[in-house]
Ligand binder design. Structure first.
Ligand code: AMP
Length: 404
């Protein structure tokens, strides 16, 4: 059984073809700068990658190129499109409608479109990917997997904002969270790694990459998460500021004579590690500069780890303790120095990082000491595999019900 996983951005189309039985990526790639003269298509795995500059006027063109590369040419992996059993689409915003992944039909498409108000760039892009598949593979079963659905279990006290209630009624203004597929994947993998039942654990999952979010999972149920109505809220990130005093928005508009869009741009693209260090949103460059004595780079490092500590504290209190802390994504998986800073001084809480184990690289691993009361794990995330598994589940369920 092969599932094609599609992650469509406004000018990009990322994909993986995954064989479910072997849990193996048969092919992957990305079409970038779709719609521009500089469009190109990267296809293949590791050393076997081809990069082709090729015109693509829209996502339909991009999808046609992807399907052609999968079925013909030097890096082909299947003989025909019949070998693609289903398609799973990553969709950012599932709003109040989707607490789980959904089989894509007219009603689901209409709801994704309606929810674009809450995530304009992302949901419209996902729809372009969905339409491109319908055009190029008519009748192929497709499933939408939402970044937000994992957080539909949050209680109202966690997802409501203390604003006039009417805005919730009028606009469904509330916390939806993001990165849900990643949090769900690492939580499930962590429980398997420990050979424990997720329902028996108090867990905090930390997705620390360019985008950052943390989730409190109390006995298998997500009860709080750091991203909000949009992925701007919560932790300090690569270029996003995370939670700041909301009064800063009108202050900057007035004192810097910025429009709303310009403030939005500052907070989304010019803040975080980049804004503080003035060097880069890439932690590797910030680390190098801080080790050469750059004070702002050092400050950026300290603020990033401090931001994670704050949410650890909040979630430990919300759950009345924690059994397992799981780290993932570029920084969480790879940066031993950031892990050291995050966990320094937490021994009184029974959270003890093993400095030797912390230096190891790659794969699923425990990095806490043998006598740490709280286990600290590093689990590489795999959102595409989670999307593929969900897609298979939903499609199989339809088949069993005789609906396909
Ligand atoms: P992601 O968004 O998951 O791709 O993560 C991107 C972030 O991970 C960037 O800030 C990278 O600098 C960071 N990253 C990746 N590898 C390392 C590493 N070995 N040490 C420090 N940061 C890293």
């Amino acid at each position: 059984m092969n599932v094609l996983v599609i992650n469509a951005g406004s000018s990009s189309l990322k994909y993986q073809l995954i064989n479910i039985e072997a849990q193996e990526v048969l092919a992957k790639g990305i079409c970038e700068r779709v719609g521009s003269d500089e469009a190109f298509h990267k296809h293949g795995i590791d050393d076997n990658e081809l990069v082709i500059d090729t015109p693509m006027k829209d996502h339909n063109d991009a999808m046609a190129l992807v399907l052609e590369a999968l079925t013909s040419g030097p890096n082909k992996v299947i003989d025909s499109l019949d070998e693609i059993d289903a398609v799973g689409h990553r969709v950012v915003q599932g709003g109040k409608y989707f607490s789980e992944s959904a089989f894509i039909d007219d009603d689901v498409i209409q709801k994704i479109d309606e929810l674009a108000e809450l995530a304009p760039l992302h949901n419209k892009a996902a729809l372009m990917g969905i339409y491109a598949c319908m055009e190029n593979m008519p009748g192929k079963p497709m499933v939408a997997v939402f970044d937000t659905s994992y957080f539909q279990t949050l209680p109202p006290k966690a997802y409501m904002y203390p604003l006039p209630y009417e805005y919730y009624d009028k606009y469904s203004l509330r916390k939806y969270g993001a990165h849900g597929t990643s949090h769900r994947y690492i939580a499930e993998r962590a429980a398997q790694f420990l050979d424990e039942d997720l329902d028996d654990l108090k867990m905090i999952t930390c997705h620390l990459g360019n985008g950052c979010s943390m989730t409190a999972i109390d006995h298998g149920i997500a009860i709080d998460t750091s991203m909000g109505l949009t992925p701007l809220d919560g932790l300090m990130m690569g270029t996003r500021c995370g939670a700041v005093d909301p009064a800063i928005v009108p202050f900057l508009m007035e004192h810097e004579d910025l429009s709303f869009d310009e403030v939005n741009d500052v907070m989304n693209k010019k803040s975080g590690l980049l804004g503080i260090s003035g060097i880069s949103n890439d932690l590797r460059s910030v680390r190098a500069a801080s080790e050469e004595g750059d004070e702002r780079a050092q400050l950026a490092y300290e603020m990033y780890s401090h931001s994670v500590k704050k949410y650890l504290g909040q979630y430990i209190v919300e759950m009345g303790g924690v059994d397992v802390i799981v780290l993932t994504a570029g920084v969480g998986e790879n940066c031993d120095k950031m892990r050291r800073m995050i966990f320094s001084g937490l021994q009184p809480l029974g959270i003890v990082l093993d400095l030797e184990k912390n230096k190891a690289r790659g794969g699923e691993r425990e990095v806490s000491t043998d006598d740490s009361k709280v286990q600290i794990l590093v689990i590489p995330t795999n959102e595409e595999l989670m999307i593929a598994l969900d897609t298979l589940d939903v499609v199989e369920h339809k088949r069993l019900n005789g609906e396909l």
